[in-house]
Design a protein around this ligand. Structure first.
Ligand SMILES: O=c1nc2n(C[C@H](O)[C@H](O)[C@H](O)CO)c3cc(O)ccc3cc-2c(=O)[nH]1
Ligand SMILES: C[C@H]1O[C@@H](n2cnc3c(N)ncnc32)[C@H](O)[C@@H]1O
Ligand code: MET
Ligand code: SF4
Length: 366
């Protein structure tokens, strides 16, 4: 017998498309007046660990990647030095962010990994996370797209992970022979949900997407969060000019509307983050920003090295101006700090009686 597709409770394709269209239209019309200002501003203290500058993609806004032949791989002792300095400076997070699948096309990276006894970047990332945990930091890795097998290899040694969706639109900025694809980004976010990994994602604003594209991107994130509950924060990040991306900066009114749109698209429990080294946060807080991301007291933003991190005093000043408290958080948000979401490995690090455990708990206890 044919399945009943017309009975009560079923939704036709045209009906569901019109619901989706209505949602997009609602978001496109959102203005900063439609959203509530936050009740606090949070941030995390991190150290950036740029494992490798090799990347299979060539996003035209990105100055981070080096072409084959010039790309480098951090050695284990360099990783250890970086995370140790971070722990000593009171950080809680080791942010591992680097090129996507760097061993794909860069023979010298492949060879260097082999010399270190690793067959893939994920195998090496696991060692790097172990080093961070040994030295008293909680790993948060953003290796770009990941397959399920790749993410499974490192999930239990990360407190949380992330990848920017950037946009669901097909934009020129991701064009070329090896293009970043929205499908792969969405798949990575889905895999994180399936594996129960607390996750950070976001949109990059100003890379050729339209307002409808922004709404669609945010709705795609909201839909995955509705299914898995794993999205802890969504970054609304403006693309910034550099020697590879020579465009005018994203205007403040555009950012105000994009932040308000994110706030309106997502449930209240999901934070909206704007990076304070790239954006005029003071002019965005009332649009619903409630997190200032990871700020490093010791390392550069290796992705956008021309843009310096603000000092802690400046974050305090921004919060004071907004009339809200500034609170420090871990790379994993408080509501995920329980045995439903964290691996025993990470739980043990947070509960341990070491100096690091005490540092993590004092951040948790505020
Ligand atoms: O300092 C941080 N930066 C994070 N970044 C990087 C950062 O927000 C900016 O992309 C760079 O600092 C841009 O200059 C992420 C980037 C992603 O693509 C995905 C997730 C994150 C998460 C963080 C984070 O937790 N802390
Ligand atoms: C790690 C994240 O850094 C972001 N990223 C890369 N290049 C730039 C730039 N010029 N401006 C802003 N963000 C950038 C991308 O969104 C990537 O996902
Ligand atoms: C400079 S981007 C670093 C992370 C990864 N390559 C991504 O694009 O998501
Ligand atoms: S943004 Fe990430 S994926 Fe794109 S080129 Fe830069 S390092 Fe590679």
């Amino acid at each position: 017998m044919d399945a009943d597709t017309t009975g009560e409770g079923s939704v036709s394709v045209s009906e569901s498309l019109s619901i989706a269209r209505a949602e997009i239209n609602r978001l496109v019309d959102v203005t900063p007046d439609d959203v509530e200002a936050p009740s606090e501003l949070s941030f995390a203290r991190n150290v950036f660990v740029p494992l490798t500058t090799a990347c299979r993609y060539t996003c035209t806004y990105c100055t981070y990647y080096d072409p084959p032949g010039q790309a480098s791989l951090m050695r284990p002792d360099e990783i250890r030095d970086a995370v140790r300095i971070g722990a000593d400076a009171g950080c809680t997070e080791a942010l591992f962010t680097f090129g996507d699948d760097p061993d794909d096309r860069y023979t010298q990276i492949h060879e260097q990994l082999a010399e270190l006894g690793h067959g893939s970047i994920h195998s090496y990332l696991r060692e790097a996370c172990e080093i961070a945990l040994e030295e008293g930091l909680l790993p948060h890795s953003n290796p770009g797209d990941q397959t399920r097998a790749q993410m499974e290899q490192v999930a239990d040694v990360n407190a949380s992970m992330g990848v920017m969706l950037e946009t669901t639109a097909d934009v020129q900025a991701h064009g070329g022979p090896r293009a970043k694809s929205a499908e792969q980004r969405l798949n990575t976010i889905r895999v994180a949900g399936e594996l129960g990994v607390p996750f950070t994602t976001g949109i990059l604003v100003g890379i050729g997407e339209t307002w409808r594209d922004r709404a669609e991107s945010l709705l795609a994130i909201a839909a995955l969060h509705e299914r898995y509950g794993h999205i802890q924060e969504v970054l609304v990040q403006n693309v910034v000019p550099n020697e590879r991306w020579q465009a005018d900066p994203v205007p403040v009114p555009t950012m105000r509307r994009a932040v308000a749109m994110a706030r309106a698209a997502l449930p209240e429990s999901v934070s909206v983050q704007v990076p304070p080294n790239l954006s005029p946060v003071r002019e965005l807080v009332d649009c619903g920003v409630d997190d200032l991301g990871g700020v490093s007291p010791i390392t550069d933003d290796y992705i956008n090295p021309d843009y310096e991190w603000p000092a802690l005093a400046e974050l305090r000043d921004i919060a004071a101006m907004a009339g809200v408290p500034l609170t420090e958080r871990l790379p994993v948000y408080d509501r995920y700090v329980n045995d439903e979401w964290l691996s025993t490995r990470i739980e043990r690090a947070i509960e341990s009686e070491t100096e690091a455990g005490q540092r993590f708990r004092s951040v948790l206890d505020g």
